[in-house]
Design a protein around this ligand. Structure first.
Ligand SMILES: [Ca+2]
Length: 227
């Protein structure tokens, strides 16, 4: 244990539920609601009518439909993903993808009722920084997914992305994906950088900084007015 981790004692306690011989390092539990997944197709977002948590759940539709969380921040290493789900009947399967690679086929155990929720935990390996996690239905019918708890080693520092040339919206999205915060956005005339795109940033890309650091942007207003 280094000194930096001493300040994270509350995180160690939060992760005790998953602490085991192969998972002995400190972990944090972060909940990601299915209904807030950044990408989904062929599924239906539903409300709180069946005992879901957060603001609702996602009802899987037909084979090939999916939900994908695009902003799973973690340090590198083993993680446990615990899905809160329900399915009245069995025979419902999804494939789990982590960072685009298929890691497991999940068979969702039948709960006997659509209002009884269970959990299904899967061990995976995450990379340092931003990860994507996707559930893609591989059977004719699918489960209802409420939320995913990611238990992993917390990330404390990350690389600042190089945002030069990005649109302001993409730059801000990349800042958040890297675990940083959008600082002040300045604008400046430019004869070389298209309006709306990032001319430069501070701090610059490639530096390693604490999670939550603010990144300021200078965005082009386009060519100086003539006459
Ligand atoms: Ca939910």
């Amino acid at each position: 244990m280094n000194k930096r981790r001493n300040g994270m004692i509350f995180l160690v306690v939060a992760g005790l539920v998953f602490a085991g011989a192969s998972f002995a390092d400190s972990v944090t539990d972060v909940i990601y609601e299915a209904e807030n997944a950044e990408a989904m197709e062929g599924v239906t977002s539903k409300g709180l009518d069946t005992g879901a948590l957060g603001t609702g759940y996602v009802d899987f539709g037909s084979s090939g439909c999916y939900i994908r969380w695009n902003r799973i921040l973690s340090d590198a290493g083993e993680a446990v993903l615990t899905f809160r789900y329900t399915t009245k009947s069995g025979g419902r399967h999804t494939v789990l993808f982590v960072n685009g690679s298929q890691v497991e086929a999940i068979a969702w155990k039948e709960m006997g009722s659509w209002t009884v929720w269970g959990t299904n935990a899967v061990k995976v390996t995450l990379k340092k920084g931003n990860n994507t996690i996707e559930l893609r239905q591989s059977s004719a019918e699918g489960p209802n997914i409420d939320q995913m708890t990611v238990s992993s080693k917390p990330i404390t520092h990350n690389s600042v992305p190089d945002l030069t040339g990005f649109s302001q919206a993409d730059a801000e999205s990349n800042i958040i994906s890297a675990g940083m915060a959008v600082g002040t956005v300045f604008t400046e005339e430019s004869g070389t950088v298209e309006a709306g795109r990032v001319i430069r940033q501070s701090p610059t890309g490639g530096l390693t900084l604490p999670i939550g650091s603010k990144i300021d942007l200078v965005v082009s207003r386009g060519m100086p007015a003539v006459g």
